[in-house]
Design a protein around this ligand. Structure first.
Ligand SMILES: [Zn+2]
Ligand SMILES: [Zn+2]
Length: 229
């Protein structure tokens, strides 16, 4: 096996069995309280209960949790993971997700984990679904199964980056669907897994589909999330 690269600085990690350089280990900002009671975004003030987006908008999911603040460093790491095929980064990501959220995932007790799907053309281009790698790693540790293609991305959407909230929601409208092979298998409680949560429109579009087919409770776990103020 070729040596692993550090998910923070991109250099070869020494000693080899480590996943991250010693000096890089605590670079990413773990989200601490106060956080939004709905989506888990970090908040500025203790007395706030919900973030700006969750105050204005009703989401279809019940609650979410996220590990790191989506800042420039996390953004770069995830971009290298996805676009430069650094699949090994998922080991570190999963390890950290479990460090902070293992208990909460078990307590939430979803029936299955569902990675946010990629459109098949994107999956072909990238070779893997980053959210699936995260879900798979978590599943192995907590013993909750992953159903990789429970949801499908039925049409291609524009990149969300340059769109505002309303445009993002419109862009995603009808983008996801329940995989028809599962139309008879509706779970009660699902946890969606993704790498980045910003405005919540992607997770919410998935949650909306799941609610429509009869899923009762929807949670999410995201590797990173934007700030809530
Ligand atoms: Zn490093
Ligand atoms: Zn929120």
């Amino acid at each position: 096996m070729y040596p692993s690269r550090c998910p923070v600085c991109g250099n070869i990690v020494t000693p080899r069995q480590q996943m991250v350089c010693m000096g890089c280990a605590n670079t990413f900002h773990v989200i601490k309280n106060p956080k939004c009671l709905k989506c888990g975004k970090p908040l500025e003030q203790e007395e706030q209960e919900y973030c700006f987006d969750c105050t204005r908008q009703t989401f279809h999911f019940n609650r979410g949790m996220a590990l790191w603040v989506y800042d420039e460093k996390v953004k770069k790491s995830i971009a290298n993971f996805k676009f430069h095929n650094r699949r090994e980064y998922s080991k570190y990501y999963v390890q950290e997700l479990l460090n902070y959220y293992r208990e909460e995932i078990i307590k939430t007790a979803p029936d299955i984990l569902v990675p946010v799907p990629l459109h098949k053309s994107k999956l072909k281009e990238r070779g893997f679904n980053q959210a699936y790698l995260l879900a798979q790693g978590i599943s192995k540790s907590v013993g909750i199964p992953v159903v990789e293609n429970y949801l499908i991305r039925s049409h291609k959407t524009k990149a969300q980056k340059r769109l505002d909230n309303r445009e993002r929601a419109n862009n995603l409208h009808g983008a996801f669907a329940l995989n028809s092979s599962y139309s008879e298998i509706i779970f009660n409680k699902i946890m969606l897994i993704d790498d980045i949560y910003t405005t919540g429109s992607t997770i919410d579009a998935c949650a909306e589909v799941l609610l429509q087919v009869g899923v009762k409770e929807i949670y999410f776990l995201s590797l990173s999330i934007g700030r809530g103020f």
